[in-house]
Design a protein around this ligand. Structure first.
Ligand code: MCA
Ligand code: AMP
Length: 480
């Protein structure tokens, strides 16, 4: 018996489990490959996984979990500084990668385990405890480098089973997605989700409306995406009746990781007859709320707390808000088996994230509608930017910009963007005003140090940053 993936042991071995492009594995093949890999992972605490959007990444994570160890998924586009931080913080014993994958020098010192998707080995006996770490996922805060959220096995099971209840998600479902595999959305919901249900997932390698339509026309029943993907779908629909027809066939279209704009929700509903279901989660909490398939998918809301999740709104001083009036705004706090355990090596940050009685402070601001639906209205910290569904801390980008010799001062803000939700804007005081670094040079600098999705899309040049009497940058005074 495998606690997380019963279908690997008990299910029909010939059934399709994973498909990435032309390559696929049945449950029997996946059990054999992941079982063999589990034997090679051995008795280590954690291993890193070079999380390219390939079959091997899924095998690597499942194999690590079967071994009872924790996987640290790495963004294969991570720049030097980001990668160095994650490696020194998480201290993995080895890196698991697809055989042909070229690894950067920062990973050169780690033992490499090539993942063989055709290997054959037994699924080891499950000797884990529910509280054992399953994943360490790095997530940005407002300042400093990303923190590693330690996600226990219990949380994976709790969140995926709660979603199964809300979405009537079964082994009959076939999911299509094109999300990255180094974050919760694409990895936990998108890969581990179907495998826990005994269903199938087809990964597109990279997102495109054509791929989504093709798979929905070929038996896929669900699609998961971030709002940027739905925006691109909404933009493509008027000229692509085939796309509308394909989406109309889906049993379930789910959006998450950021707010789905009402305009995109309504355009998709009008063209396809399907309302996108929104769910709300976080790396630290996995999924907290969702619109249910048997409920009403109202644009702009993220539905009800999932089974097992306690959710409350609180005032600034911590007082709970009882009103379901659609008006009183409070911070969302959650409690439940879906939560992470700690930030790795950061007891200070872990303690600050929880109240004395164990509620996790999400930093998201919301109201409750009269029927209990949660409507997210904003975030507490203006220094957290959501761009393309990725959470990005302003401080991390400011630090990277300040490491460029042509930058004397830097501030980073997010501004509304129809495609990305928010785009990253850098405000720079150049070291030499006559020859400032170009916007492209600064974008390349940040992409190379951190990751391409963290690069500024717009750069403004100033003589000085607006500061208050304490010398603190007044970001609200920065405006176009
Ligand atoms: C551009 N590129 C560069 C540079 N500029 N590379 C190096 N240096 C540069 N200066 C490259 C990029 O790497 C990419 O390469 C291409 O140019 C386009 O980049 P970009 O514009 O950033 O990407 P996009 O095509 O606009 O991508 C949109 C996207 C993506 C597909 C929606 O943002 C995405 O996958 N988002 C998903 C985020 C996600 O999964 N979040 C979940 C977090 P190439 O063209 O080769 O690709 S988990 C979470 O939030 C919680 C738990 C939850 O609730 O889910
Ligand atoms: P991350 O730290 O990358 O896991 O991102 C988590 C954050 O994404 C949450 O704290 C929210 O701010 C945001 N988020 C996730 N899902 C939704 C949603 N459906 N609507 C609005 N915001 C969301």
């Amino acid at each position: 018996m495998s606690f997380l993936f019963p279908a690997l042991v008990d299910g029909p071995g010939g059934k399709a489990a994973l498909r990435f492009g032309a390559r696929s594995l049945t449950y029997g093949q996946l059990a054999a490959a992941a079982g063999a890999l589990a034997g090679r992972v051995g008795d280590t605490e954690r291993v890193a996984v070079w999380a390219t959007p390939e079959l091997e990444t899924a095998v690597a994570v499942v194999g690590t979990l079967l071994a009872g160890r924790a996987a640290v998924p790495l963004n294969p586009r991570s720049g030097e500084k980001e990668l160095a931080h994650i490696l020194s913080d998480s201290a993995p014993a080895a890196v698991l990668a697809a055989p042909g994958a070229e690894l950067p020098p920062a990973l050169g010192e780690l033992p490499r385990i090539d993942v063989d998707a055709a290997a054959v080995g037994p699924v080891p006996e499950d000797r884990t405890d529910e509280s054992d770490p399953a994943l360490v996922v790095y997530t940005s805060g407002t300042t400093g480098p990303p923190k590693g959220a330690v996600i226990p096995r219990r949380a994976l099971a709790a969140t995926l089973d709660a979603l199964a209840d809300a979405w009537q998600w079964t082994g009959e479902d076939v999911l299509v997605h094109g999300l990255p595999l180094f974050h919760v959305h694409g990895l936990v919901l998108g890969i581990l989700g179907p495998l826990r249900r005994g269903g199938s997932v087809r990964h597109l390698g990279r997102f495109g409306t054509d791929g989504v339509a093709r798979e929905l026309n070929d038996g896929a029943t669900m699609f998961f995406g971030v709002p940027t993907m739905y925006h691109r779908i909404a933009e493509a629909l008027p000229a692509d009746p085939g796309l509308a027809k394909a989406l109309g066939r889906a049993r379930l279209l789910v959006s998450g990781s950021a707010a789905l704009p009402v305009h995109d929700h309504e355009r998709i509903a009008a063209a396809t007859g399907r309302r996108v279901v929104e769910r709300y989660g976080m790396t630290e909490t996995l999924m907290n709320t969702s619109v249910r398939v048997d409920g009403e998918a109202r644009a702009g809301t993220v539905g009800l707390p999932l089974p097992g999740v306690e959710l409350r709104l609180v005032e600034e001083d911590g007082t709970a808000i009882a009103a379901y009036d659609g008006e009183t705004v409070g911070e969302i706090q959650v409690r439940g088996p879906n939560l992470f355990t700690e930030y790795l090596n950061r007891p200070d940050a872990t303690a600050a994230a929880f109240t004395a009685d164990g509620w996790f402070r999400t930093g998201d601001m919301a109201v409750r509608e009269p029927d209990g639906y949660v409507r997210i209205v904003g975030r507490k910290a203006t220094d957290l930017i959501k761009s393309g569904g990725y959470k990005i801390g302003a401080g991390e980008i400011e630090n990277a910009l300040l490491e460029h010799p042509g930058v004397r001062e830097a501030a980073v803000t997010g501004e509304p963007d129809a495609d990305l939700g928010e785009r990253i804007v850098a405000w720079i005081v150049p070291a030499e005003p006559q020859s400032p670094p170009s916007a492209e040079e600064l974008a390349d600098h940040v992409a190379g140090r951190l990751a391409p999705h963290k690069r500024p899309r717009v750069v403004h040049y100033l003589d000085a940053l607006p500061r208050n009497d304490m010398g603190k940058i007044m970001k609200r005074a920065l405006g176009v």
